[in-house]
Design a protein around this ligand. Structure first.
Ligand SMILES: C[S@@+](CC[C@H](N)C(=O)[O-])C[C@H]1O[C@@H](n2cnc3c(N)ncnc32)[C@H](O)[C@@H]1O
Length: 268
């Protein structure tokens, strides 16, 4: 299936709004925040550093480049105007932070002008990730840092038993939303081919907690899409939605996936 994130600006407005809401929900999930802090706090930048997030969505992660990774200025580059507008509104009070509509494959930034480039859950959505890596290498200063964090979506599961009926709902959404399922497992050779010296590669286990906002947004959007595609009747979709909600209300919901982070350097 085609991945709407690969061309988000052209998706229907209601889909863009649902995706923006899901990004906002995921970005404040305490377990997601903890994973971001775990890899970003290992990044070292020089004083006065300029950082760029490619694929900045609603901007929460770009903001972390200043508040967690200690860059002085951060720019989020994002092709979907609706996301850029939302990012500007959300983060208007953060000094040093800005957002522009643009493409990670051709940022228009000067060669050797950036201290840190971040791709946070971007690359698995982009056809031709080699071109994004080449652009990151071009705009980074020698000695600059590339940080990548992406979902290893094949590990995603909500099953609490054999033949759990919610499991294919999650798999369906991943199939419909991830261009390259195997990207996190291909990161090291991809970065090396662009000229980077690869450093720390880590796995981060994510377990849903509380209201399981991220997994619930995945299940909810999947059921809406399955209904639109006549895979489920309204009653069928409502039944599965009620099952997920009951698991949360009764503290029986389980959701897990693994993420991969990689830090790399442009050789000095
Ligand atoms: C899953 S979202 C992640 C957004 C944000 N990094 C976050 O984690 O909240 C992926 C984002 O990458 C953007 N994107 C897709 N292709 C892109 C490209 N060629 N250049 C820059 N951004 C792109 C999408 O529009 C989308 O906003």
């Amino acid at each position: 299936m085609s991945d709407p994130y690969a061309n988000l600006g052209n998706a229907a407005e209601d889909i863009q709004i649902a995706i923006a809401d899901a990004m906002d929900a995921r970005s404040i999930d305490p377990a997601q925040v903890a994973m971001r802090h775990a890899y970003m706090s290992e990044i070292t930048v020089p004083g006065g550093a300029f950082a760029v997030e490619m694929g900045s969505g609603t901007g929460h992660i770009t903001r972390d480049l200043i508040t967690v990774a200690r860059a002085s200025r951060a720019l989020g580059i994002e092709p979907a105007a609706l996301m850029v507008e939302r990012a500007r509104t959300h983060h208007a009070n953060q000094p040093g932070l800005s957002f522009e509509v643009g493409d990670a494959k051709a940022t228009g930034l000067d060669s050797g002008s950036v201290d840190l480039v971040l791709m946070h859950t971007l690359l698995c959505h982009v056809p031709g990730p080699e071109d994004v890596m080449t652009e990151a290498f071009r705009i980074l200063k020698p000695g600059g840092t590339l940080a990548i964090f992406d979902g290893d979506y094949d590990t995603a599961t909500v099953a609490i038993g054999d033949f759990d009926p919610l499991e294919p709902v999650v798999k369906y959404m991943i199939d419909a939303n991830v261009h390259n399922l195997w990207l996190p497992r291909q990161l090291v050779p991809l970065a090396a081919a662009a000229g980077f010296a690869t450093g720390e590669v880590r796995a981060h286990g994510y377990i849903a907690s509380g209201e399981a906002a991220y997994f619930m947004s995945v299940i909810d959007r999947a059921l809406t899409k399955m209904q639109a595609e006549r895979l489920l009747t309204t009653a069928g979709a409502e039944g599965l939605r009620a099952e997920a909600q009951a698991r949360i209300a009764e503290n029986r919901f389980f959701g897990f996936m693994s993420y991969t982070s990689m830090l790399a350097t442009k050789p000095a």
